[in-house]
Design a protein around this ligand. Sequence first.
Ligand code: CAA
Length: 258
Amino acid sequence: PGPYETILVERKGRTALLTLNRPKALNALNLQVMNEVVAATEVLDRDPDVGCIVLTGSEKAFAAGADIKEMRPQGYMDMYLSDWFTAWDRLAQLRTPTIAAVSGYALGGGCELAMLCDILLAADSAVFGQPEIKLGVIPGIGGSQRLTRAVGKAKAMELCLTGRTMDAAEAERAGLVSRIVPAGELLAEALAVAETVAGMSAPVAMMAKEAVNRAFETTLAEGVRFERRLFHAVFATADQKEGMAAFAEKRPPEFTHR
Ligand code: CAA
């Protein structure tokens, strides 16, 4: 894949690591970054040797938001006709599990990008917020919806209306992030979690992700029915036979990822 100018893509075992790389702009997410992240993750998503994708930024900034300088001159017709930011939605369609490893600023589009990932790990230095209102705009990559689902109306409304940011501890208490890690250990921890996920059965991990995500889209009864269908379906996999045989034989499973 590539060549890419604004991101770095590395492979470590069954994990792919994607690093946002516009350090001078604190990884501001311009359209080139969007197109490269989406293209790269879609290539990785189709690769059977990739079982998990980690997205990260720099120590100072995961991403300080959408690129304000790029947006500044745009008018309504520019935004509408180019369907500005809609490509980001494709990250939510990836089947491979994704992990956001967030250190430093995750503001505006940066917070939204982190929320597009399946697991959100935060360094103790992480700062989250939707400060768009201070620029005279509102979130545009799903922040008003995903933040509200993650932390509830009370905090989401306050953050979106005042532009106030949350530190890592508040974000964890509010349920936005799964865990906080010391900044110096963030990447190693994210890669370790990724390798754990990537070591599971790939189709079963995809189904687990699908099932959890369905909770945000449907009623409880429909969601449970959906889960039950997938639960029955995993018994068609070789990995179910291997996983349960390994338990009975008191040995680690060796999944074939099918
Ligand atoms: N867009 C474009 N450039 C940005 C940027 C952004 N979102 N955030 C930072 N930069 C640039 C700065 O302009 C600066 O560039 P120059 O050296 O050329 O001036 C460089 O990155 C370093 O930034 P600062 O000097 O501001 O660094 P700091 O440490 O003093 O402050 C910060 C850090 C508090 C994060 C500050 O940069 C900031 O407030 N950034 C903007 C945050 C923001 O409003 N994000 C929301 C954007 S709108 C959005 O995301 C819409 C949406 O929902 C999709």
